[in-house]
Design a protein around this ligand. Structure first.
Ligand code: HEM
Length: 144
C-alpha cells in the first residue's frame, strides 16, 4: 500500500524539535494495523474495520494533524464513543501500547520513537478517563 501523495500539501513537520516525514507516520500506522490484524486478542475489537487501507489513511491523517501537520482529509474523529463500544479497557490498552511501541522502535529513529511513545501514553490516559465518563453517562441513559 502507498500514500496518496496528491492530497498532502506538506510532507515534513517538526514537533518538540523532532522531525517527521509524512511517510514515517504512514509506515508506522500501516505496520501497526497489520500487527493488530495478526494479534489474537486485539484483532477482535477491530472486526468493525472492513476497509483497512481506508482505516490506515484515516489514522495516518489523525496522527499527522495531532502532531501539528496541515489537515488534508475531511475527517471527523469521534474516538471516545467508538472506543467505548469497542470494549476499550486497561488490559487492551496495555496490549495496544506494547504493540505500538514495538512498531515505533522498528520504523523510527530513537528520538522520534521516544516522543511518539510519550504522546501515545498520554492519549491512552486521556482515553481511559473519557471512557469512564462516557460509561457513566451511557449507564444513566439506559432504562433500569
Ligand atoms: C492510546 C491508545 C489509542 C489511540 C491513540 C487510539 C486511536 C484511535 C483513533 C484516532 C481512532 C479513530 C476514531 C474515529 O474514527 O473517530 C481509533 C479507532 C478505533 N480504535 Fe483506537 N486507539 C487507541 C487504543 C485502542 C484500544 C486499546 C482499542 C481496543 C478496544 C482500540 C480500538 C479501536 C477500534 C475498534 C476503533 C474503531 C475502528 C472503526 O472505525 O470501526 N483502540 N483509535
Amino acid at each position: 500500500m502507498t500514500v496518496n501523495n496528491s492530497k498532502i500539501k506538506q510532507s515534513v513537520l517538526t514537533i518538540n524539535g523532532v522531525t517527521f516525514e509524512h511517510v514515517d507516520i504512514f509506515n508506522v500506522v500501516n505496520d501497526f494495523y497489520y500487527r493488530i490484524q495478526q494479534d489474537p486478542i486485539l484483532q477482535v475489537p477491530f472486526y468493525s474495520v472492513h476497509d483497512w487501507p481506508e482505516h490506515v489513511e484515516r489514522i495516518t491523517h489523525f496522527w499527522w494533524i495531532r502532531f501539528g501537520g496541515k489537515p488534508y482529509l475531511f475527517s471527523d474523529y469521534n474516538p471516545v464513543a467508538k472506543h467505548f463500544f469497542a470494549g476499550f479497557n486497561g488490559e487492551l490498552l496495555a496490549r495496544w501500547l506494547s504493540i505500538f511501541k514495538d512498531t515505533l522502535n522498528t520504523h523510527l529513529k530513537p528520538e522520534q520513537a521516544e516522543l511518539w511513545k510519550n504522546i501515545s501514553e498520554r492519549m491512552g490516559e486521556s482515553l481511559t478517563i473519557k471512557n469512564e465518563m462516557f460509561r457513566r453517562e451511557y449507564e444513566k441513559s439506559q432504562p433500569k
